[in-house]
Ligand binder design. Sequence first.
Ligand code: TF8
Length: 334
Amino acid sequence: MRKLLLATTAIACTLSASVPAFAEFTERTIRVSNGINADHPVGNGIEAMQKCLDDKSGGKLKLSTFWGGALGGDLQATQALRSGVQEAVVTSSSPLVGIEPALGVFDLPFLFSNSEEAYKVLDGKFGDMIDEKLAAVGLINLAYWENGFRNLSNSVRPVNKWEDLEGMKVRVMQNNVFLDTFQNLGANATPMAFGEVFSALETKTIDAQENPYVTIDTSKFFEVQKYVTQTNHAYTPFLFLFSKAIFDTYSPEEQAALKDCAVVGRDVERQVIGDLNQKSLEKIKEAGLEVNVLSPEEQARIREKSMVVYDKHKAEIGPDVVEGIMAELAEIRK
Ligand code: TF8
């Protein structure tokens, strides 16, 4: 009896020794690249995500963050994910339309009227459908983070109506919907990677760019611009993308932790953007920029003028995708 007891205790000891805590997790360093700088709210989101990962993985899953395009721009970093040489990137959806055309749906001008609408669409069934398309091209979208509503800044004149854009050299993302939207408004639109924008504004190679206030602030565009117009012409999301090739080698527990914690980070990041938006605008004003807000009438005119872009790009984005989002928005707006 005693022998048996000793033997079972020994077995129990060996068993518990061979099953250390967080056995489903491996020590991993996950590189996350960003085009924006560390003081952008994505930084707060990553911090919250890391805390969550620490709890779930016993400190084994570590995010190693790179800022200011140190690992390449949005498109380049995303291609590195697809070929399995980099783990993750927080990127705008817009420069990735060459990889997955359906993403172009988020670039349609004046699509979302407010952030709540965007959250419902992105965090719901429509967002899941886009995620499936991304998985098919080697990208796991952990969650939709926020870039936000985009506003126009320039160095030549106040813009109060779309006619003021005539001939203005506006940098747009590498994206045909944005290119056409600004060309249609009379601007001289030029696609350019984000990393080149500051110096192109500084040297006056371009006059204007468009990004959310928080980016105009944290990427210091206000230092090389004179006017800002609150156009809110598009809400473009950030995708927290993970290399599918690498993700597939992780345990189900690791995969679940990454997905859950990306959502925790997302909520913090969106919250901080909400708080920072106004502060960024104040900072832009203090830097001496003239800030104009489109009147409701001019907002309506510019919106109406821009609707041709929907028809022009429907086939390329996918008619089902465009109709799908319009139907979902109609449902939300009921
Ligand atoms: C753009 C985007 C960028 C972001 C950033 C690089 O204008 O809005 O600001 O994708 O992460 O290119």
